[in-house]
Each structure stands twice: as C-alpha cells, then as structure tokens.
Design a protein around this ligand. Structure first.
Ligand SMILES: Nc1ncnc2c1ncn2[C@@H]1O[C@H](COP(=O)(O)OP(=O)(O)OP(=O)(O)O)[C@@H](O)[C@H]1O
Ligand SMILES: [Mg+2]
Length: 137
C-alpha cells in the first residue's frame, strides 16, 4: 500500500504515477462525501489533455471522457443493480475506469474476472489536505 498526503495542487503526484504504471483497468475511489473523489478524476482527465467536463455520474450510469476514460458512481445503485445493467462488460473495455463508491465485493469480482484493479481511499485530514491510500490488486 502507498500513502500520500496531498494538497489540491499536489494531486498530480498520483496522477503521474497512474499514467506511467496503470493505463488499463479499474480504479475504485472511496471516501466520505466531499473527500475528493470527483476532484481526482478531474485532475486525471485534465492531465491527459482531455477537455471534457467531469461531473459525478449521479443519474447517468457511465460517463466517458475522450475515448479511454470512463467514470461511474455506485452510490445510488448498489453492486447487484450495477452488474445487472451490464457494467462488468463495460469495465472490461480497454481504458481506465473510475468507479466512485466501489465496495470490497466489487474488488473481489474484478479480481476473479482478472481485471486489473486499484483502490484509492481518500480521507480528509484538514481543509486543504487529503490522505490517499493506494492499493493495487
Ligand atoms: N487533495 C485535496 N486537498 C484539498 N482539497 C481537496 C483535495 N481534493 C479535493 N479537495 C476539495 O474537496 C472538495 C470536495 O471534492 P469532491 O467534490 O471531489 O468530493 P467527492 O468525494 O467527489 O464528494 P461526493 O461524495 O459528494 O461526490 C472540493 O472543494 C475539492 O476542491
Ligand atoms: Mg463526487
């Protein structure tokens, strides 16, 4: 597990790591409301030079930025619903898939499907700092 304590303008430290080491697979973002999950996806998309607007996919199940970045939010769906809508096949597509609120059960399923998976747990340490705990499975 890797740990980082980062301000808003330091998030690219992890973004760079990901663009160099993890170009395909699923990245699960976890953390309380307002921890910084969507902000992380925003930085990633910006870093890659994609100009699409990033928002939490609360009502749409999936959002795409460019043709290789996908964004999901499981908060309102739950794992079974998510799977019944065919999202596992989507997660197998070439590219990076960011899933806000993905749980341990999803990690297990992705593992058994041999899909590369990373979890990023974000915690608010102070108003201007977040702790990021990163695991690769
Ligand atoms: N590393 C950071 N350091 C300081 N502030 C940050 C950091 N990351 C995000 N923030 C700030 O935290 C706030 C909430 O961020 P964001 O909307 O990304 O949270 P979220 O986890 O997606 O929340 P929700 O669960 O409500 O969708 C924003 O004001 C953002 O600027
Ligand atoms: Mg969000």
């Amino acid at each position: 597990m890797k740990k980082y304590l980062l301000k808003l303008d330091e998030i690219d430290t992890i973004v760079e790591y990901i663009t160099q080491n993890f170009t395909n697979g699923v990245i699960i973002l976890r953390g309380d409301l307002a921890a910084g999950k969507t902000t992380f996806v925003k930085r990633m998309v910006k870093y890659l030079g994609i100009e699409d607007e990033v928002t939490s996919p609360t009502f749409s199940l999936q959002q795409c930025y460019g043709d290789k970045i996908f964004h999901y939010d499981m908060y309102n769906h739950g794992l079974e619903h998510f799977i019944s809508l065919g999202m596992l096949e989507e997660l197998e597509r070439d590219g990076l898939h960011f899933v806000e609120w993905g749980n341990d059960e999803l990690v297990k399923i992705l593992n058994s499907a041999d899909i590369k998976t990373m979890t990023i747990d974000i915690e608010k340490i102070s108003d201007d700092k977040r702790e990021y705990k990163i695991c690769i499975y």
